[in-house]
Design a protein around this ligand. Structure first.
Ligand SMILES: Nc1ncnc2c1ncn2[C@@H]1O[C@H](COP(=O)(O)OP(=O)(O)OP(=O)(O)O)[C@@H](O)[C@H]1O
Ligand SMILES: [Mg+2]
Length: 421
């Protein structure tokens, strides 16, 4: 995004995470050495977004404006373009293989672009992929020259036919157009749309995890999104329309309390497993509609855990099912990283490990040492991932909507934020 710095002109990169619970805008300036300095970050409570989809255009527009304004003011920059995340839109992942003739004597960038063009991919997608769906992302996962596989960067190599395997992510056109329109109503161009689970992976995985195989689970307010990385690149992305808001609703219903109070109880006393914590502790629950009369029910903390645990178990079981039914569980390896606001609940890591049968860690944005502690938590992984994405495109000299750099993007990111707030 060529934002205009007040007073001087410089290129900045900007990420806009339009989530179900919050809209977050982050602005950074590349440092010319593969990293970037964070200039501004702001978030607003979301309005008009359900399960990651815009359902009320004006309300969502106001939330986006407010987050963008806040980040712009902090950075002293006026943005004209942003990279935007898509939490909803029921993304679907398809592996696609294409072959194109090599035009010159060696493989060039033009050959790669031709192989990755939507024209060559469109021929390989099944009709149900195309009906009402659009290609959001094309991620190169491997190359072959004249049938010889396992090539990471084919440029400059001799051959007559270039083969390219790709991970293509499509999303429903309606939600995608609504998201674009919402951002454009704020006088911003959408430079690229990145599916949230992919961005979460870029934002949290260390190189070895992405190489050896890892599953990323971004636990948001209205969605739980999944991506699988292997050999340095994303090979699968999916979204389950269940998130922290469902846990809050379960608590409100189960304890006959307001949603605001249920949210408060969840973040203060919530637990995903009984674990070693004292579940005999007694909690006071204000009753819905009777808050001002001081009417409160007294419940043991174990009752709260008893409401939270089944919902999270259900969510992780769905994650496991999706990985298995798409045949990506094996390549995903033994490692899982949970991130997103809802991953902060104590005990979530243990529960995920039990249901998924994997080693699990809670992941915040990588390489952001020095970021104010309020903005380096797991809720910011998607924003961090989008900045990495934009930075990698700049470094590779590609337009951001066309990030098909050979060998993946993770390897060349390095420390993307050196100095911070
Ligand atoms: N300490 C905490 N313990 C448990 N849950 C928490 C905690 N802090 C935040 N949450 C939950 O995290 C959720 C919001 O997470 P996040 O900010 O990642 O969502 P989002 O990106 O806006 O939504 P989505 O990705 O689903 O569109 C809310 O449901 C909130 O209740
Ligand atoms: Mg999110």
């Amino acid at each position: 995004m060529r934002g205009v710095l007040a007073g001087s002109k410089a290129d900045v990169i900007a990420a806009l995470d339009v989530g179900t619970s919050k809209v977050c805008c982050a602005i950074a300036q590349p440092d010319g050495a593969g990293g970037a300095n964070l200039l501004g970050i702001a978030e607003t409570a979301s309005r008009g977004i359900r399960a990651g989809n815009v359902v009320d255009m004006s309300a969502a527009e106001m939330a986006v404006r407010s987050a963008v304004d806040g980040a712009e003011r902090m950075a002293g920059v006026t943005l004209d373009r942003v990279v935007v995340s898509l939490s909803g839109g029921t993304p679907q992942s398809t592996p696609v293989a294409v072959e194109v003739p090599v035009t010159g004597r060696t493989v060039t960038d033009a050959d790669l672009r031709r192989a990755a063009s939507s024209h060559s991919i469109g021929d390989r997608l099944t009709p149900e992929h195309e009906a009402g769906r659009e290609i959001v992302q094309t991620i190169a996962t491997g190359y072959a020259i004249d049938g010889c596989r396992g090539i990471r960067d084919p440029r400059g190599m001799h051959g007559t036919e270039l083969g390219m395997t790709m991970h293509v992510v499509t999303a429903a056109s309606g939600p995608l157009r609504n998201l674009r329109q919402c951002v454009e109503r704020c006088h911003l161009d959408v430079e690229a749309v990145v599916v949230a689970p992919y961005a979460a992976g870029l934002g949290t995985l260390v190189d070895d995890e992405a190489e050896l195989g890892a599953t990323v689970i971004d636990m948001g307010g209205g969605t739980t999104s999944i991506s699988v990385f292997s050999e340095g690149e994303a090979v699968f992305a999916d979204v389950i329309p269940l998130g922290g808001q469902h846990v809050t609703n379960d608590i409100a219903r189960g304890l006959a309390t307001s949603r605001a109070n249920a949210e408060r109880m969840k973040t203060l006393y919530g637990d995903a497993t009984t674990g070693a914590r004292d579940t005999r502790e007694i909690l006071e629950v204000p009753q819905v509609g009777e808050e001002h009369d001081g009417a409160a029910q007294r419940i043991p903390r174990s009752l709260l855990t008893g409401i939270i645990q089944p919902r999270l178990e259900e969510t992780f079981e769905l994650v496991r099912e999706r990985l298995e039914s798409h045949g990506v569980d094996r390549v995903a390896g033994r490692r899982a990283v949970i991130t997103g606001g809802a991953s902060q609940m104590p005990g979530t890591r243990d529960l995920a490990a039990m249901v998924l049968g994997k080693q699990v860690r809670v992941g915040g944005p990588v390489d952001v040492a020095g970021l104010a502690s309020t903005t380096n938590g797991p809720g910011y992984a998607v924003s961090a991932g989008m900045l990495s994405y934009a930075l990698a495109a700049d470094t590779a000299g590609l337009p951001r909507g066309d990030l098909r750099a050979p060998g993946g993007v993770l390897g060349r990111l390095g420390t993307w934020l050196r100095e911070h707030l």
